[in-house]
Design a protein around this ligand. Structure first.
Ligand SMILES: C[S@@+](CC[C@H](N)C(=O)[O-])C[C@H]1O[C@@H](n2cnc3c(N)ncnc32)[C@H](O)[C@@H]1O
Length: 221
């Protein structure tokens, strides 16, 4: 091996073996923490109070998904709530067909942007309003139409809340992630744009008829 190769190899070895300077490690850590804090301030305000397993980030409904939701809302009347309304696109679409819509959104930047957009478009608050609020802590019994584009991990818990609070005549539209054990009344679209409609009366009827599986010890008797 040439001398120069030996020197380079030796240098590389020494670099690999050298422990990182504590100052370098500390400043890199502080920088990453700062970037993360900044990101949480803008992207996830309000989220600190939501349990980890119920956190859902902002991802707007696409055009096709929104159209699919509107197909399943055809002929519906009354009040609609969008759980996690983001920039307000589902609320605006539903208010267009005469539903009185409310969007609950935990990220106040998104709520404010939806409010400004409503004002800019001249949509009155009686048609579309946006509230900075955690929907998990909000009673939903006044709504007979619900839209939810959330995450697979929260659908079970959401199902329990809606079963407790919604009236029988309510229709729930789940976007992209269906309720695991609920029978759907209708569905539109495919793949990432698929949406499902659930009529609460039918869901309750079906869940009551379906016997709950007994715990193992009891089934063995
Ligand atoms: C996947 S996005 C859907 C946005 C909008 N509904 C749409 O279809 O375009 C989910 C939204 O729910 C909001 N969110 C998550 N948890 C929430 C909570 N507990 N209360 C209110 N909003 C929440 C998020 O900030 C995010 O904007």
């Amino acid at each position: 091996m040439d001398d120069i190769d030996v020197i380079l190899q030796d240098k590389r070895l020494r670099l690999l073996q050298q422990p990182l300077s504590p100052i370098f490690t500390a400043s890199t850590g502080a920088l990453l923490l700062g970037v993360y804090r900044l990101w949480t301030v803008f992207a996830l305000p309000g989220f600190r109070k939501v349990p980890v397993n119920l956190k859902v980030p902002f991802l707007p409904s696409g055009k096709t998904q929104t159209q699919n939701v509107m197909k399943l809302l055809r002929g519906r009347r009354g009040c609609l709530v969008d759980l996690g309304s983001g920039d307000g696109r589902l609320v605006f679409a539903a208010s267009h067909v005469g539903l009185r819509c409310t969007g609950y959104e935990i990220n106040f930047i998104l709520t404010t942007s939806a409010q400004v957009r409503a004002w800019w478009r001249g949509v009155p608050p009686s048609s579309a309003s946006f509230v900075s609020r955690d929907f998990w802590k909000t009673d939903l019994s006044d709504y007979n139409n619900v839209t939810a584009f959330l995450a697979p991990g929260v659908m079970d818990v959401l199902g329990e809340k809606l079963l407790k609070e919604l009236p029988d005549e309510a229709r729930v539209i789940a976007c992209r992630f269906p309720f695991p054990d609920w029978p759907c009344s209708a569905s539109e679209g495919q793949g990432l744009d698929q949406v499902w409609a659930y009529d609460m009366g039918a869901v309750r009827g079906c869940l009551l008829r379906t016997p709950m599986p007994l715990p193992k010890a009891e089934t063995q008797c």
